[in-house]
Design a protein around this ligand. Structure first.
Ligand SMILES: [Zn+2]
Length: 367
Protein backbone atom coordinates (compact mmCIF):
# COMPACT_ATOMS: atom_id res chain seq x y z
CA UNK A 1 0.00 0.00 0.00
CA UNK A 2 1.37 3.40 -1.00
CA UNK A 3 1.22 6.20 1.53
CA UNK A 4 1.20 9.98 1.41
CA UNK A 5 1.33 12.69 4.04
CA UNK A 6 -1.32 15.26 4.76
CA UNK A 7 -1.29 18.42 6.86
CA UNK A 8 -4.69 18.39 8.56
CA UNK A 9 -6.55 21.51 9.73
CA UNK A 10 -8.72 20.86 12.80
CA UNK A 11 -9.99 24.35 13.59
CA UNK A 12 -8.97 27.92 14.33
CA UNK A 13 -6.36 28.25 17.05
CA UNK A 14 -5.21 24.63 16.78
CA UNK A 15 -1.86 23.68 15.25
CA UNK A 16 -1.85 21.73 12.00
CA UNK A 17 -1.48 17.97 12.44
CA UNK A 18 0.74 16.00 10.07
CA UNK A 19 -0.51 12.50 9.29
CA UNK A 20 0.48 9.58 7.10
CA UNK A 21 -2.35 8.50 4.82
CA UNK A 22 -2.74 5.27 2.87
CA UNK A 23 -3.46 6.03 -0.77
CA UNK A 24 -6.52 3.95 -1.68
CA UNK A 25 -7.00 2.04 -4.92
CA UNK A 26 -8.33 4.49 -7.50
CA UNK A 27 -12.06 4.52 -8.26
CA UNK A 28 -13.53 4.73 -11.74
CA UNK A 29 -12.35 7.88 -13.48
CA UNK A 30 -9.94 9.03 -10.74
CA UNK A 31 -6.48 10.50 -11.24
CA UNK A 32 -3.77 10.45 -8.56
CA UNK A 33 -1.61 13.58 -8.58
CA UNK A 34 1.65 14.14 -6.73
CA UNK A 35 1.32 17.71 -5.52
CA UNK A 36 4.31 19.94 -6.30
CA UNK A 37 3.36 23.41 -5.11
CA UNK A 38 0.50 25.12 -3.27
CA UNK A 39 -0.11 28.83 -2.71
CA UNK A 40 -2.23 29.95 0.25
CA UNK A 41 -5.31 31.74 -1.07
CA UNK A 42 -6.97 34.49 0.98
CA UNK A 43 -9.83 32.09 1.75
CA UNK A 44 -7.32 29.60 3.26
CA UNK A 45 -6.00 32.38 5.50
CA UNK A 46 -9.57 33.41 6.41
CA UNK A 47 -10.46 29.83 7.36
CA UNK A 48 -7.27 29.51 9.42
CA UNK A 49 -7.95 32.78 11.27
CA UNK A 50 -11.67 32.02 11.83
CA UNK A 51 -13.07 34.73 9.53
CA UNK A 52 -14.85 31.95 7.61
CA UNK A 53 -15.65 28.39 8.67
CA UNK A 54 -15.12 25.06 7.01
CA UNK A 55 -16.11 21.58 8.16
CA UNK A 56 -13.14 19.98 9.93
CA UNK A 57 -10.96 18.02 9.83
CA UNK A 58 -9.98 19.14 6.38
CA UNK A 59 -6.96 19.66 4.12
CA UNK A 60 -6.69 23.30 3.08
CA UNK A 61 -5.07 24.51 -0.12
CA UNK A 62 -6.76 24.66 -3.51
CA UNK A 63 -4.28 26.79 -5.51
CA UNK A 64 -2.18 23.80 -6.36
CA UNK A 65 -0.24 22.21 -9.16
CA UNK A 66 1.21 18.71 -9.53
CA UNK A 67 2.14 15.77 -11.73
CA UNK A 68 0.01 12.79 -12.69
CA UNK A 69 1.24 9.76 -10.77
CA UNK A 70 -1.49 7.29 -11.74
CA UNK A 71 -4.48 7.22 -14.08
CA UNK A 72 -7.34 5.03 -12.80
CA UNK A 73 -9.57 2.89 -15.00
CA UNK A 74 -11.82 5.17 -17.01
CA UNK A 75 -9.72 8.25 -16.18
CA UNK A 76 -9.70 10.90 -18.91
CA UNK A 77 -7.18 10.20 -21.66
CA UNK A 78 -7.11 13.87 -22.64
CA UNK A 79 -7.57 17.25 -20.95
CA UNK A 80 -10.16 20.02 -21.52
CA UNK A 81 -8.29 21.15 -24.63
CA UNK A 82 -7.95 17.64 -26.06
CA UNK A 83 -4.25 17.27 -25.14
CA UNK A 84 -3.35 13.67 -24.22
CA UNK A 85 -2.77 13.05 -20.50
CA UNK A 86 0.02 10.75 -19.41
CA UNK A 87 1.69 9.72 -16.17
CA UNK A 88 4.35 12.34 -15.35
CA UNK A 89 2.52 15.27 -16.97
CA UNK A 90 2.35 18.51 -14.97
CA UNK A 91 -1.30 19.53 -14.68
CA UNK A 92 -3.59 22.05 -13.05
CA UNK A 93 -7.18 21.17 -12.19
CA UNK A 94 -10.31 23.15 -11.43
CA UNK A 95 -11.23 23.91 -7.83
CA UNK A 96 -14.36 21.81 -8.41
CA UNK A 97 -15.62 18.47 -9.65
CA UNK A 98 -19.24 18.60 -10.82
CA UNK A 99 -21.47 16.48 -13.06
CA UNK A 100 -21.45 18.31 -16.42
CA UNK A 101 -24.99 17.07 -17.20
CA UNK A 102 -26.60 18.81 -14.19
CA UNK A 103 -28.92 21.72 -15.10
CA UNK A 104 -26.64 24.30 -13.45
CA UNK A 105 -23.52 22.96 -15.17
CA UNK A 106 -25.38 23.09 -18.49
CA UNK A 107 -26.17 26.75 -17.79
CA UNK A 108 -22.41 27.37 -17.39
CA UNK A 109 -22.43 27.37 -13.57
CA UNK A 110 -20.85 24.02 -12.59
CA UNK A 111 -19.42 25.61 -9.44
CA UNK A 112 -22.93 25.57 -7.93
CA UNK A 113 -24.04 22.12 -9.15
CA UNK A 114 -25.80 19.95 -6.53
CA UNK A 115 -23.05 17.30 -6.48
CA UNK A 116 -20.27 19.91 -6.21
CA UNK A 117 -16.98 18.68 -4.71
CA UNK A 118 -14.53 21.46 -3.92
CA UNK A 119 -10.82 20.74 -3.48
CA UNK A 120 -9.32 22.27 -0.36
CA UNK A 121 -12.78 22.68 1.22
CA UNK A 122 -13.98 19.13 1.96
CA UNK A 123 -14.19 17.28 5.25
CA UNK A 124 -11.97 14.25 5.74
CA UNK A 125 -14.11 11.13 6.16
CA UNK A 126 -13.28 7.39 6.15
CA UNK A 127 -14.01 7.33 2.39
CA UNK A 128 -12.77 10.79 1.34
CA UNK A 129 -9.23 11.99 1.92
CA UNK A 130 -6.35 13.62 0.05
CA UNK A 131 -8.54 16.35 -1.46
CA UNK A 132 -6.44 19.44 -0.71
CA UNK A 133 -3.18 21.08 -1.68
CA UNK A 134 -1.45 20.77 1.71
CA UNK A 135 -0.63 17.10 1.20
CA UNK A 136 1.81 14.98 -0.77
CA UNK A 137 -0.95 13.84 -3.14
CA UNK A 138 -4.39 14.82 -4.36
CA UNK A 139 -7.02 12.36 -5.59
CA UNK A 140 -8.94 13.89 -8.48
CA UNK A 141 -12.51 12.68 -8.86
CA UNK A 142 -14.49 12.06 -12.02
CA UNK A 143 -15.73 15.27 -13.64
CA UNK A 144 -12.72 17.35 -12.54
CA UNK A 145 -11.64 19.70 -15.37
CA UNK A 146 -7.90 19.09 -15.96
CA UNK A 147 -5.40 20.98 -18.11
CA UNK A 148 -1.85 19.93 -18.96
CA UNK A 149 0.65 22.69 -18.33
CA UNK A 150 3.65 23.98 -20.18
CA UNK A 151 6.76 22.98 -18.19
CA UNK A 152 8.23 26.46 -18.68
CA UNK A 153 5.76 28.08 -16.28
CA UNK A 154 7.45 28.48 -12.86
CA UNK A 155 5.71 26.42 -10.15
CA UNK A 156 4.71 29.40 -7.94
CA UNK A 157 3.03 30.98 -10.97
CA UNK A 158 1.39 27.75 -12.15
CA UNK A 159 -0.15 27.29 -8.70
CA UNK A 160 -2.04 30.59 -9.00
CA UNK A 161 -4.01 29.47 -12.04
CA UNK A 162 -6.81 27.39 -10.55
CA UNK A 163 -8.18 29.95 -8.13
CA UNK A 164 -6.90 33.52 -8.61
CA UNK A 165 -6.33 33.61 -12.36
CA UNK A 166 -9.44 31.58 -13.25
CA UNK A 167 -11.65 33.73 -11.00
CA UNK A 168 -10.35 36.89 -12.65
CA UNK A 169 -10.96 35.30 -16.07
CA UNK A 170 -14.55 34.69 -14.93
CA UNK A 171 -15.01 38.29 -13.84
CA UNK A 172 -13.76 39.58 -17.18
CA UNK A 173 -16.11 37.18 -18.99
CA UNK A 174 -19.01 38.71 -17.04
CA UNK A 175 -17.73 42.26 -17.68
CA UNK A 176 -17.85 41.72 -21.46
CA UNK A 177 -15.57 43.33 -24.02
CA UNK A 178 -13.11 45.75 -22.36
CA UNK A 179 -11.35 46.84 -25.57
CA UNK A 180 -10.82 50.61 -25.67
CA UNK A 181 -12.80 50.98 -22.44
CA UNK A 182 -11.70 52.32 -19.09
CA UNK A 183 -11.54 49.54 -16.49
CA UNK A 184 -11.52 50.31 -12.77
CA UNK A 185 -10.10 47.55 -10.55
CA UNK A 186 -10.77 47.84 -6.82
CA UNK A 187 -8.47 45.97 -4.45
CA UNK A 188 -4.86 45.55 -5.59
CA UNK A 189 -4.38 42.18 -3.91
CA UNK A 190 -3.65 39.06 -5.95
CA UNK A 191 -6.92 39.09 -7.91
CA UNK A 192 -6.76 42.83 -8.50
CA UNK A 193 -3.26 42.84 -9.96
CA UNK A 194 -4.08 39.87 -12.19
CA UNK A 195 -7.21 41.76 -13.33
CA UNK A 196 -5.04 44.76 -14.24
CA UNK A 197 -2.77 42.52 -16.34
CA UNK A 198 -5.67 40.70 -17.98
CA UNK A 199 -7.53 43.94 -18.78
CA UNK A 200 -4.33 45.41 -20.25
CA UNK A 201 -3.84 42.31 -22.43
CA UNK A 202 -7.52 42.42 -23.49
CA UNK A 203 -7.00 45.91 -24.94
CA UNK A 204 -8.49 48.14 -22.23
CA UNK A 205 -7.96 51.89 -22.69
CA UNK A 206 -7.09 53.05 -19.15
CA UNK A 207 -6.59 50.48 -16.37
CA UNK A 208 -7.30 52.21 -13.08
CA UNK A 209 -6.27 50.52 -9.83
CA UNK A 210 -7.92 51.56 -6.57
CA UNK A 211 -6.56 50.62 -3.15
CA UNK A 212 -5.87 52.08 0.27
CA UNK A 213 -2.22 51.00 0.13
CA UNK A 214 0.35 52.94 -1.94
CA UNK A 215 2.73 49.97 -2.18
CA UNK A 216 0.01 47.74 -3.61
CA UNK A 217 -0.85 50.43 -6.14
CA UNK A 218 2.80 50.49 -7.18
CA UNK A 219 2.65 46.71 -7.71
CA UNK A 220 -0.54 47.15 -9.78
CA UNK A 221 1.42 49.53 -12.00
CA UNK A 222 3.90 46.76 -12.85
CA UNK A 223 0.88 44.64 -13.87
CA UNK A 224 -0.48 47.12 -16.39
CA UNK A 225 -2.40 49.68 -14.32
CA UNK A 226 -1.75 53.20 -15.60
CA UNK A 227 -3.76 55.26 -13.13
CA UNK A 228 -3.54 54.66 -9.37
CA UNK A 229 -6.35 55.95 -7.15
CA UNK A 230 -5.51 55.86 -3.46
CA UNK A 231 -8.43 55.83 -1.04
CA UNK A 232 -8.49 56.47 2.69
CA UNK A 233 -9.24 59.07 5.33
CA UNK A 234 -8.74 62.66 4.19
CA UNK A 235 -8.60 61.75 0.49
CA UNK A 236 -11.22 62.82 -2.08
CA UNK A 237 -13.75 60.13 -3.07
CA UNK A 238 -12.75 57.84 -5.94
CA UNK A 239 -15.47 59.45 -8.12
CA UNK A 240 -14.00 62.92 -7.41
CA UNK A 241 -10.44 61.74 -8.13
CA UNK A 242 -11.59 60.12 -11.38
CA UNK A 243 -13.47 63.27 -12.42
CA UNK A 244 -10.18 65.15 -11.97
CA UNK A 245 -8.00 62.62 -13.78
CA UNK A 246 -10.40 61.56 -16.53
CA UNK A 247 -12.90 64.41 -16.99
CA UNK A 248 -14.11 63.20 -20.39
CA UNK A 249 -13.61 59.46 -20.14
CA UNK A 250 -16.10 57.47 -18.10
CA UNK A 251 -15.37 54.18 -16.39
CA UNK A 252 -17.35 51.52 -18.27
CA UNK A 253 -16.20 48.41 -16.40
CA UNK A 254 -15.62 48.19 -12.66
CA UNK A 255 -14.34 45.03 -10.98
CA UNK A 256 -14.48 44.70 -7.20
CA UNK A 257 -12.06 42.36 -5.46
CA UNK A 258 -11.98 44.34 -2.21
CA UNK A 259 -15.25 43.07 -0.75
CA UNK A 260 -15.52 46.35 1.18
CA UNK A 261 -19.07 47.84 1.12
CA UNK A 262 -17.84 51.48 1.05
CA UNK A 263 -15.60 50.64 -1.92
CA UNK A 264 -18.36 48.84 -3.82
CA UNK A 265 -20.64 51.87 -3.32
CA UNK A 266 -17.83 54.14 -4.54
CA UNK A 267 -17.53 52.01 -7.70
CA UNK A 268 -21.24 52.44 -8.44
CA UNK A 269 -20.84 56.21 -7.99
CA UNK A 270 -17.85 56.23 -10.39
CA UNK A 271 -19.48 54.07 -13.09
CA UNK A 272 -20.38 55.83 -16.34
CA UNK A 273 -23.61 55.46 -18.33
CA UNK A 274 -24.08 51.89 -19.54
CA UNK A 275 -21.40 50.64 -17.17
CA UNK A 276 -21.02 47.14 -15.73
CA UNK A 277 -19.90 46.36 -12.18
CA UNK A 278 -18.78 42.82 -11.31
CA UNK A 279 -18.63 41.96 -7.61
CA UNK A 280 -16.15 39.24 -6.64
CA UNK A 281 -14.57 40.14 -3.30
CA UNK A 282 -17.61 40.05 -1.01
CA UNK A 283 -17.29 36.45 0.13
CA UNK A 284 -17.95 36.99 3.84
CA UNK A 285 -20.91 38.37 5.84
CA UNK A 286 -21.15 42.18 5.73
CA UNK A 287 -23.65 45.05 5.71
CA UNK A 288 -26.00 45.45 2.74
CA UNK A 289 -25.02 47.97 0.05
CA UNK A 290 -26.91 51.21 -0.31
CA UNK A 291 -27.79 51.98 -3.93
CA UNK A 292 -30.29 54.14 -5.76
CA UNK A 293 -32.51 52.14 -8.10
CA UNK A 294 -33.42 55.38 -9.84
CA UNK A 295 -29.74 56.09 -10.61
CA UNK A 296 -29.24 52.51 -11.70
CA UNK A 297 -32.15 52.83 -14.14
CA UNK A 298 -31.29 56.27 -15.43
CA UNK A 299 -27.61 55.43 -15.85
CA UNK A 300 -28.31 51.98 -17.37
CA UNK A 301 -26.01 50.18 -14.92
CA UNK A 302 -25.58 46.43 -14.68
CA UNK A 303 -24.33 44.73 -11.51
CA UNK A 304 -23.26 41.08 -11.54
CA UNK A 305 -21.86 38.73 -8.90
CA UNK A 306 -19.26 36.01 -9.38
CA UNK A 307 -18.21 33.17 -7.08
CA UNK A 308 -15.51 30.83 -8.41
CA UNK A 309 -15.56 30.09 -12.14
CA UNK A 310 -16.46 27.65 -14.90
CA UNK A 311 -14.49 25.55 -17.37
CA UNK A 312 -14.35 28.32 -19.99
CA UNK A 313 -12.71 30.60 -17.41
CA UNK A 314 -10.32 27.84 -16.35
CA UNK A 315 -9.12 27.36 -19.95
CA UNK A 316 -8.84 31.16 -20.40
CA UNK A 317 -6.72 31.33 -17.22
CA UNK A 318 -4.25 28.72 -18.46
CA UNK A 319 -4.01 30.39 -21.86
CA UNK A 320 -3.40 33.77 -20.22
CA UNK A 321 -0.57 32.44 -18.03
CA UNK A 322 0.95 30.43 -20.88
CA UNK A 323 1.16 33.50 -23.09
CA UNK A 324 1.79 36.28 -20.53
CA UNK A 325 3.77 34.83 -17.61
CA UNK A 326 7.00 36.39 -18.84
CA UNK A 327 5.40 39.79 -19.50
CA UNK A 328 4.42 40.47 -15.87
CA UNK A 329 6.44 39.72 -12.67
CA UNK A 330 4.06 37.08 -11.25
CA UNK A 331 6.86 35.26 -9.38
CA UNK A 332 7.51 38.38 -7.28
CA UNK A 333 4.00 38.07 -5.84
CA UNK A 334 4.72 34.70 -4.21
CA UNK A 335 6.86 34.42 -1.08
CA UNK A 336 8.58 31.13 -1.88
CA UNK A 337 10.36 29.98 1.30
CA UNK A 338 8.25 27.28 2.98
CA UNK A 339 7.93 23.51 2.70
CA UNK A 340 5.12 21.15 3.74
CA UNK A 341 6.84 20.78 7.15
CA UNK A 342 6.41 24.50 7.81
CA UNK A 343 2.70 25.05 7.25
CA UNK A 344 2.08 26.72 10.65
CA UNK A 345 4.85 29.25 9.95
CA UNK A 346 3.59 29.79 6.41
CA UNK A 347 0.06 30.70 7.60
CA UNK A 348 1.46 33.00 10.28
CA UNK A 349 3.60 34.70 7.67
CA UNK A 350 0.66 34.99 5.26
CA UNK A 351 -1.50 36.70 7.88
CA UNK A 352 1.16 39.04 9.23
CA UNK A 353 3.21 39.99 6.17
CA UNK A 354 0.59 41.23 3.70
CA UNK A 355 2.37 39.21 0.97
CA UNK A 356 0.16 38.69 -2.08
CA UNK A 357 0.70 34.94 -1.72
CA UNK A 358 2.75 32.57 0.41
CA UNK A 359 3.91 29.44 -1.42
CA UNK A 360 4.56 25.95 -0.09
CA UNK A 361 6.83 23.53 -1.91
CA UNK A 362 6.23 19.83 -1.39
CA UNK A 363 9.93 19.06 -1.70
CA UNK A 364 11.95 19.34 1.48
CA UNK A 365 14.13 21.26 2.09
CA UNK A 366 13.07 24.18 -0.11
CA UNK A 367 15.82 24.65 -2.73
ZN1 LIG B 1 -9.00 30.59 -3.58
Amino acid sequence: MKTSRAVVFEGTGRPFRCETVEIPALHEGEVLVRNEYTTLCRSDLNTFSGKRTEKTPTILGHEVVGRIEELGAGAPSSDCRGTALRVGDRITWAIYAADPSSPLARRGIPQKAPDLFKYGHEQITPTSHLHGGLAGHCLLRRHTPILRLDEGIPLPVAALINCSVATVAGSLRLAGDVRDRNVLVAGAGMLGVIACAMSRCAGANRVIALDIDAERLETARTFGADLPIQTGPGRPSPAAQLADELPDEPVIVALDYSGVPDTMEALIAALGIGGVLVLVGATYPQRPLSLSAEQMVRRLHTIKGLHNYNQTDFVAAVEFIETQHRRFPFEQLVYDRFSLNQVDEAFDYGLKSGAHRVGIRMTDPVP
